[in-house]
Write a protein that binds this ligand. Structure first.
Ligand code: SF4
Ligand code: MG
Length: 281
């Protein structure tokens, strides 16, 4: 689909955010629901595809930028966040999203997550968590449950799963939410809220892998919406829900104004041109 770039206002429909590439995910993969929810959120916000950049690492879910009509950056394993932070720093005018899976963000790329969160740049991060390595055919990931038997853990996973939401909350993310790929309407609302938020927005998505670890039935039993009286500005309450594991709350856990709008000392804005000039001869 070619989007006309004109000076007159264009009304973007879902099809305008669809690339010519057809997703090659297994039929039933949760990532289809995430892609649809992202497109719905983009329609709702009428973001011009030419103003959008989607950065990913490596994994089944990291193929997503190829299926979206936008600028895409398919980087190396675990490095979506450093690339997204660099891109947003150099081009603050772009809407920047970083997408990928639990292996990418919570295993090889975990070192980048707290630092991107504490920078609190205006980036929307969507992690499609299937609690398994799908692309490499079904090894345990950092969110697989204790005791989980896979090819890489034939006697059962001995470690306990980490709590991604607790990690980003403790690191300073200003927007933290969780959705479920089987509930794309709610997920689209969360992604829209994340895109509207002007700081680091982290959206954890339960996105089952039908081929190597089908958790649809399990998640349908475990998910519930955060109570209506949950106050998203309450970090303690958000943390309480973030470490819950016998059930899986969905919704906006935490939201506060982005770092740059808070009182306190602020660094000077980065001057890209002055920086580049240093290398000119
Ligand atoms: Fe989706 Fe799993 Fe298939 Fe990968 S292997 S496309 S995660 S269902
Ligand atoms: Mg995975």
């Amino acid at each position: 689909t070619t989007v006309p770039i004109t000076s007159t206002p264009v009304v973007f429909k879902a099809a305008d955010y669809r690339s010519d590439l057809k997703p090659i995910w297994c039929p039933g993969c949760g990532d289809f629901g995430v892609l649809a929810a992202i497109q719905q959120a983009l329609v709702a916000l009428q973001i011009n595809p030419k103003d959008l950049a989607v950065v990913s690492g490596i994994g089944c879910s990291s193929r997503l930028p190829g299926f979206l009509q936008a600028y895409g950056l398919h980087t190396v394993h675990g490095r979506a966040l450093p690339a997204a932070v660099g891109l947003k720093t150099a081009r603050p005018d772009l809407t920047v999203m970083a997408v990928g899976g639990d292996g990418d963000f919570f295993s090889i790329g975990l070192g980048h997550l707290p630092h991107a969160a504490r920078r609190d740049l205006d980036i929307t991060v969507i992690v499609m968590d299937n609690a398994i390595y799908g692309l490499t055919k079904g090894q345990t990931s950092p969110t697989s449950p204790r005791g989980h038997v896979t090819k890489s853990t034939p006697y059962g996973q001995s470690a306990q799963p980490l709590h991604p939401l607790a990690i980003v909350l403790a690191s300073g993310a200003s927007f933290v939410a969780r959705g479920f790929s089987s509930q794309p309407k709610q997920l689209a609302e969360l992604i829209k809220a994340g895109l509207e938020h002007r700081g680091f927005a982290f959206i954890h998505v339960l996105s089952p892998c039908v081929t190597f670890y089908d958790t649809y039935k399990l998640y349908k039993e475990l998910v519930y919406n955060l109570p209506a009286d949950h106050d998203p500005s309450d970090l303690d309450a958000a943390m309480h829900y973030a470490v819950e594991s016998d059930r899986l709350p969905l919704g906006i856990f935490y939201r506060r104004p982005p770092l740059e709008s808070l009182p306190g000392p602020t660094p000077k804005p980065f001057d890209t041109q002055a920086y580049l000039n240093r290398f000119r001869v």
